[in-house]
Design a protein around this ligand. Structure first.
Ligand code: SF4
Length: 445
């Protein structure tokens, strides 16, 4: 177990007043060594907090007084102070196996840790979940959690995860629901594997066995040009339409039985099938917005000023201070809208192929510049996977003197997935939070 290291201290915080400094390593909080930032947060909830820290090899004790429940105001380097639990599955559709070599190490981490599910909304398969984990989740009410279901048929699920424990690990899902934990599920659909009759059976399984699920997102697999799995392929238009038919057939059944639709198809399916997105109210509050469910409709609402921008909200750190997420859940760009003083210049929005199909009808008077994803290739067209090299290649062919708006969803701590930054691009861009309200403000600037 490594000691949690402080990386930043808010100058106006109780931690700063008590003398906590970046670089300090926290040995104990009120006499206890936290295993992760969840325990750290609970321990620092008290009005009086005694911190034992190691500073340059010296032991220092700090006493912090604050209101009960108020944050200390310190940021910790990582969320887990013991080892992250990695997954023991080998899913054919796993996108981590489809990454090229040489990317940031954190992107190759196959985590399957319920704590990261609680903290950042990462999905867990529960194949490594234990009785002790259940006890902790229930005792500390670590809710909501996000669980990969894929299929409720034990044999299909075990085959998809390539792990025999996949056949039985959904028993933990039942127990989590029994204890009142809110759980959002996900089904990654692989054509020819868990679509068709298997998907219908999964819907029936959800209704029969897991009706307390808060929502189930049905999303298509992504296939990059680095995939080595011959049986993994993108959906055809007809297959995408069949998935939508299945979801839309089951939604009324859930509505009748449970009073809510429960299951939702990813926006990508509507684009693939060339069907209109459902009405905003059909998304029932956009519970799986971050999983690509209802993003287009939420964006449209915010763009027109009908909602103030539905932003990522998964996890504990929507509300408290602590460790920033890593990998694909990491903080996007520093700051919010970076506007350059070029008011009056023609404006263009950079976006992926799917993003362009959403934006064009919404912004008929705005130039949309499509960034083709040659880095990943395959069927990868989502804006969140745009990389610096593709944006740079696209921008190099664009006129100078224009404003170029870049959605921040393709950045992680200021970097594209390929490690480039906006400073490496051949033209200046303005980084804009990826929601309709922010784009509206940026376009009006
Ligand atoms: S469970 Fe997730 S991380 Fe693990 S192999 Fe499957 S897709 Fe990859």
């Amino acid at each position: 177990m490594s000691l949690p290291r402080v990386v930043a201290v808010d100058p106006a915080s109780p931690a700063a007043r008590a003398g906590l400094q970046p670089g300090d390593e926290i040995v104990a909080v009120n006499g206890q060594s936290p295993r992760d930032v969840i325990e750290y947060r609970f321990l620092t909830d008290e009005p009086e907090v005694e911190l034992d820290v190691s500073r340059g090899g010296l032991d220092v004790t700090l006493t912090i007084e604050k209101d009960a429940g108020a944050p200390l105001g310190a940021e910790i380097e990582s969320a887990l102070f013991d080892r992250v639990r990695t997954c023991d599955n080998h899913c054919e559709f796993c996108f981590i196996y489809q990454l090229p070599k040489g990317m940031r190490r954190s992107l190759y981490l196959k985590d399957d840790d319920y704590r990261l599910s609680f903290l950042y909304g990462n999905f867990t398969t529960l194949t490594r979940f234990t009785e002790a984990d259940l006890e902790r989740v229930v005792t500390e009410h670590l809710s909501p959690l996000y669980v990969s279901i894929h299929s409720t048929d034990p044999a299909v699920r075990a085959d998809m995860l390539r792990n025999r424990r996949g056949a039985t690990s959904l028993r933990w899902l039942r127990l989590l629901l029994d204890h009142g934990i809110e759980v959002h599920g996900q089904v990654v659909v692989c054509p020819g594997i868990n679509d068709g009759g298997v998907l219908h059976d999964t819907m029936a399984g959800v209704l029969d066995v897991y009706p307390e699920l808060a929502s189930v997102a049905v999303v298509p697999l992504g296939v990059s040009r680095y995939s080595n799995e011959p049986s993994m392929r993108p959906h055809t238009q007809a297959e995408a339409a069949a998935v939508l038919d299945c979801v839309e057939e089951w939604q009324p059944a859930f509505l009748t039985a449970l009073g809510r639709r429960l299951v939702f198809a990813a926006d990508e399916y509507y684009l693939l099938a060339e069907r209109p997105f459902p009405a905003p109210e059909a998304y029932e509050g956009f519970p799986m917005h971050e999983d690509g469910i209802g993003m287009a409709r939420a964006f449209e609402l915010a763009l027109h000023g009908d909602a103030d921008g539905i932003r990522p909200q998964s996890g504990f750190f929507a509300a408290v201070d602590g460790a920033p997420a890593e990998g694909y859940r990491a903080t996007r760009a520093a700051g919010t809208v970076t506007l350059l003083p070029r008011a009056g210049a023609p404006v263009a929005v950079l976006t992926g192929e799917y993003g362009a199909r959403v934006l064009r009808p919404l912004l008929p008077d705005v130039r949309i510049v499509v960034v083709r994803n040659e880095f990943f290739g395959g069927n990868i067209g989502v804006t969140g996977l745009m990389v610096g090299a593709d944006v740079a290649r696209t921008l190099a062919d664009q006129p100078t003197g224009h404003r170029y708006l870049l959605p921040d969803v393709c950045l992680s701590q200021g970097r594209f997935l390929d490690g480039m930054t906006v400073d490496d691009l051949p033209q200046a861009v303005e980084v804009v939070p990826t929601d309709g309200a922010s784009l509206r403000r940026a376009l009006a600037a």
